[in-house]
Design a protein around this ligand. Structure first.
Ligand code: BG6
Length: 300
């Protein structure tokens, strides 16, 4: 399916096809891993390194509609996170996950990983909810690691500020049995039932109820320990000062039309971001790149 959203020559490891909802989708299959990426939202919906089960979780109820976000994988939240601060009509988590991105480069490197570069088609004119010009580029490297780098440049003449998150949904066997380490002693905003500030203390994160937390002032790697799949998922990051951890649990899952009622035990989100008091301010001409690097380790 030809599309003007693909402006790069494709190496043999990358193919373009009509995906769910007939949305254009890239399939990457190299010696190291397999991945799927939709041009709608530059949304990575699958990554499976050789020798492992799929790492990203996708809802079986995802909408697959060009006017709606995809549920699962890696939504890009930008240029705000969560509900817009003042405009109730503006889309949650910003417009980047709702817009088309254009593939401008696709190449394999000498180690067998595939590099894809996407450019955001910015809304024109800029929406009242975020009245700035922007140039956003997203680099996805599909290999034995998955590397995601969101580069935002301010081409305008006024300073602008934004929030961002790579809202990664990870597949786990049962969220009630996992632990997440890496955030011990870190302050967080607990968004369940109103916002309050707490501290993680010495314990790893465990899940016994709805969990919606913004960990503040942390650059640490996080590790998901999943005894059910006998693996660890490690999320390393750079130029990100916040980590969001989310599982909707029973009631919130039921309330979301694009999330199966019984799917919540299968997933956890560990999101690399700059949100809330870590919003990024960009001077005219300046740019900022945030990177998440994901690895999987089998546990014998
Ligand atoms: C998380 C937020 O990152 O995303 C939650 O912290 C939110 O508050 C969740 O419910 C899902 O958001 P959405 O817009 O994709 O339903």
């Amino acid at each position: 399916m030809p599309t003007p959203l693909v402006r790069a020559a494709l190496p043999a490891t990358v193919s373009l096809e009509s995906g769910e909802g007939q949305l254009p989708r890239l399939i990457v299959a190299n010696a190291l891993a397999r991945a799927e990426i939709y041009l709608h939202g530059a949304h990575v919906t699958a990554w499976q390194p050789q020798g492992h089960e799929p790492v990203l979780w996708m809802s079986r109820k995802s909408a697959w509609d060009a006017t709606k976000p995809i549920r699962g994988g890696v939504p890009i939240c930008f240029p705000w996170f969560g509900p817009h601060a003042t405009d109730k009509t503006a889309p949650g988590h910003g417009f980047a996950r709702l817009l088309d991105w254009t593939l401008v480069e696709a190449r394999d490197d000498e180690r067998g990983a595939t590099h894809l570069t996407f450019e955001l088609t910015p809304p024109a004119p800029p929406p009242a909810a975020w009245p700035h010009t922007v140039a956003a580029t997203y680099h996805v490297t599909v290999g034995s690691s998955l590397v995601l780098a969101l580069d935002v440049r301010n081409p305008g003449t006024d300073a602008s500020s934004f929030e961002e998150a790579l809202h990664t949904y990870f597949a786990v066997r049962d969220v009630r049995a996992i632990e997440i380490s890496g955030l011990a002693g870190t302050d967080y905003l607990d968004k369940v039932g109103g916002t309050s500030q707490r501290n993680q203390g010495a314990e790893p994160i465990r899940f016994t109820a709805e969990t919606d937390r913004v960990y503040l002032n942390t650059q640490a790697a996080c590790t998901i320990h999943d005894p059910g799949t006998r693996r660890r998922i490690v999320v390393r990051k750079s130029r990100s000062n916040a980590t969001v951890v989310w599982n909707p649990w029973v009631d919130k899952a039921r309330a979301m039309p694009d999330f199966g009622d019984d799917e919540w035990p299968e997933m956890v989100c560990v999101e690399t971001g700059n949100v809330n008091l870590h919003a990024v301010r960009l001077a005219p001409g300046a740019s900022h790149t945030m990177t998440a690097t994901i690895d999987v380790v089998a546990v014998p």
